[in-house]
Design a protein around this ligand. Structure first.
Ligand code: GMT
Length: 375
């Protein structure tokens, strides 16, 4: 183990959608935030693993397909990659999430290395690795061996520990460590979270969003950017404006609701915009926005009632509006409640979808499509 308190940890898990991979990813992020060095090893980057996080590295496992093999093998290339990463980065520990095949591959990796460079192996059982595969005669003995030979084993519930003992006959101690979830954007309880969401195209004026945010009180606010695309072109601005620790970027997020629940104020600097769906999405979560008054945005935000509008190209005005709302929680709450009501009453799915349907009917003429007259 390393002399200092910080560990070098390899994590292997399923990278696709699924609780075990999500838990492994979140655990890695939390550990990295605490100063540990985390190396993810899998056939793909775990889908929730953000890019460019300090102290987090991803090592892909390459899988070749050989004519002799009827079934492609992942376990051996994974074990070799785990051993390589362990050797090259001096891992203290490999944490295998979901026994098959990760626990076995981790053991192989450990055994491939010279004794003094062997990492410890911890396996976390997540569910069907015990309850389904554990009772499968083709897997059970291998899982039992991997668990008995690991340096530590955990399960995500007491239920799963009992099932592992009952079904697999594991005798060694098993630690129960439950799953966890805490919304974590690195925002302290007393900090405001401003929010910008867009496809980053030039009309969105992300440069002015950043310029405005740079003028908002630094200690009490962070800016979350949900980027529909590659944000890297703006990183130089982030650094130049001294915003490195204040801007949180998440690229190509589909589950935007998870984030919108946490935001306090939207920040939009578009120079052209026919509507701005992102403002509406925030409104639906009682989050008012400060935005440029352009195009159709005044139809979305009732200025002074459900948000604040400022002139185009004036980041100072945008910053002043944001600062005013951050300084006045009661007004911000009033605007947020009005924004939510406005979103529901004017722009919700039942209302707008019915408008489209009515319009289709009007365009088609009563019965036109059904009786085939229009074909
Ligand atoms: O075991 C599985 O079926 C897959 C696994 C996953 O990767 O999603 O799900 C299990 O692990 C999750 C994370 O620990 C648990 O929240 C799920 O309850 C568990 N699924 C089952 O036990 C069926």
């Amino acid at each position: 183990m390393a002399d200092s308190a910080s560990l070098k940890i390899g994590i292997t898990c399923y990278p696709s959608v699924g609780g075990s991979g999500i838990l492994a990813t979140t655990l890695g992020e939390e550990l990295a935030a605490l100063g540990h060095e985390i190396h993810f090893i899998s056939y793909e980057r775990p889908f929730r693993l953000p890019s460019d996080t300090a102290r987090i590295y991803f090592h892909p496992v390459e899988i070749n397909s050989y004519g002799l093999f009827k079934y492609p093998d992942y376990t051996l290339p994974l074990s070799v990659k785990l051993a390589e990463v362990s050797r090259d980065h001096g891992l203290d520990l490999i944490h295998a999430h979901y026994a098959v095949p990760h626990a076995t591959a981790a053991l192989l990796a450990r055994d491939m290395l010279p004794e003094h460079r062997r990492p410890k192996v911890v396996t976390t059982l997540h569910g069907t690795d015990t309850t389904l595969l554990g009772r499968d005669a083709g897997y059970g003995p291998a899982i039992r061996h991997a668990l008995e030979a690991a340096d530590g084993v955990t399960t995500v519930s007491a239920f799963l520990r009992a099932e592992t003992q009952r079904l697999i006959g594991v005798k060694r101690p098993i630690e129960v460590i439950h799953n966890f979830f805490t919304p974590r954007l690195g925002v302290a309880d007393d900090q405001f979270l401003l929010f910008h969401s867009s496809n980053l195209r030039p009309v969105k004026r992300v440069d002015l969003v950043l310029a405005a945010f740079a003028q908002v009180e630094p200690h009490t606010s962070k800016l979350l950017i949900l980027a529909g695309g590659d944000f890297s072109a703006f990183q130089a601005d982030v650094v130049r404006l001294g915003l490195t620790d204040r801007v949180i970027v998440r690229e190509n997020i589909t589950a935007i609701e998870d984030y919108l629940q946490a935001v306090d104020l939207g920040l939009f600097a578009s120079e052209s915009e026919s509507f701005c769906l992102s403002i509406l999405e925030a409104m639906a979560f009682a989050c008012p926005s400060v935005s440029t008054s352009v195009g159709g945005i005044p139809e979305v935000i009732a200025d002074g009632e459900s948000g604040l509008l400022t002139p185009v190209g004036d980041p100072r005005a945008l910053a002043a509006a944001a600062t005013a709302l951050l300084a006045d929680p009661a007004r911000r709450a009033r605007l947020g409640a009005a924004a939510e009501l406005r979103a529901r009453e004017k722009f919700s799915a039942p209302i707008i979808v019915e408008r489209y349907l009515n319009f289709y009917h009007a365009v088609c003429g009563a019965g036109t499509l059904r009786d085939g007259a229009g074909l």
